[in-house]
Design a binder for this molecule. Sequence first.
Ligand code: NAP
Length: 454
Amino acid sequence: MPYVSVNPATGEVAATYDDHTPEEVDARLALAHAAQAEWQTTTLLERSRLMTSAAELLEGELPVLAEVLTKEMGKTFAAAKGEVAKCAMTMRYYAEHAERMLAAEEISSPATTSSVRYEPLGVVLAVMPWNFPLWQVVRFAAPALMAGNTGVLKHASNVPESALLLENLFRRAGFPEGCFVNLFIPGSRVADVIRDERIAAVTLTGSEAAGQSVASAAGSVLKKCVLELGGSDPFIVAASADLDRVIPMAVTGRVQNNGQSCIAAKRFIVVESLAEEFMARFSEAMDALVVGDPMDPATNVGPLVSADQRDEVAEQVADALAKGATATAGGHQVDGPGFFYRPTVLTGVTSAMRAGVEEIFGPVAVVYPVANLDEAVALGNNTPWGLGSSIWAEDPDEQAQGIAGLEAGMVFVNAIVASTPELPFGGIKRSGYGRELAAVGMREFCNAKTVFVA
Ligand code: NAP
């Protein structure tokens, strides 16, 4: 299967790239492996200088690069510009803070002196998804490279232009050849790369099926593995919530990135006293969204990434409606070229329906009224995933109940779940393991070496 870039707003094929041959893959792994030996000897000052120069390139070319994202995966131009800017900000963050994060920690122990040093693991393979085609990669690459690792990217097969953009970016910023290498290979060839002795560790962001396959391959050769998988985040509206604050963020939380975000709010769980008003206002706001050309500044929601992705969402909704659920907004796709789907609000969803048990990767919200906050938290936790969660409440006691009770890698209070370089990002249960971002994310690809001097 080659790499194909299709404009989801029109369905037109923009570019096709052949997969790399086994010989090409071998040459690229050799390059990354050789580069790592040199790269780990560079000073942090030098690594920071190069990372900052990559950030400057992103900032200087922001609209041009953002257009690549919009044309390749359909996110609105405004969202694409935000993604490029966030990548630059994160590169600057690690350029500035890596020295502190990697500094040896002196620890008092029975030794005369003892410490923990953070050293690079080697070449890290990153298997990445299409939904944030720059951000997912940068949030692995910025800390991993600053720590002295080199990176090999296997990007999703529908975002080749983004993959090449990144490889060129690091080269143009002045990183030595081999520090960041792109592979065009299908998922079926990833296990072979993981087993290659030049690869030290692997990180994957994507579906559970891909996670299982990557974790199995990593396990078979006992290599470090970080997994960022799916989720069905609860968005809990408690009795003390301020709906004026909640409604616009409920909409953004569900339709950001055209509904294709792992940390999108997907299940809206609302206590009885606010349920009727929430449903009416939320449905009205979702109905008012403009769906269309993602390059048009008036557009709120662009297309889904592919016809397959759009059809999958349409089937999940149709299944719910056929089994007795109600759509109080949307509930159908949009005719014409491109892969558009109307923002949708479903109620009356049960576990007998696909929408009641599966992650919906599109602009479809499922609303559940519940009697009280105890029930809300219990329902929020009644899921195989545990990525993000949010609780909306003005009362500190209700906030505290959500913070303590929600089983997830992240809990946000009166805010939608988001990633930011200062804070660890990741999940529990079937949402994966390990963390990205912050110091903990950087140290996932370090050897925390204990030093004991008698
Ligand atoms: P996907 O099919 O798993 O694709 C992700 C990456 O894995 C792609 O590069 C894909 O390559 C590769 N891949 C697929 N099957 C593989 C296999 N058997 N072995 C090795 N690699 C394999 O995921 P998706 O459907 O594009 O993305 C949506 C999913 O990602 C959702 O569940 C979403 O929640 C999750 N996600 C999670 C996070 C997070 O941070 N937790 C962030 C974003 C998305 P090909 O394209 O060549 O198949």
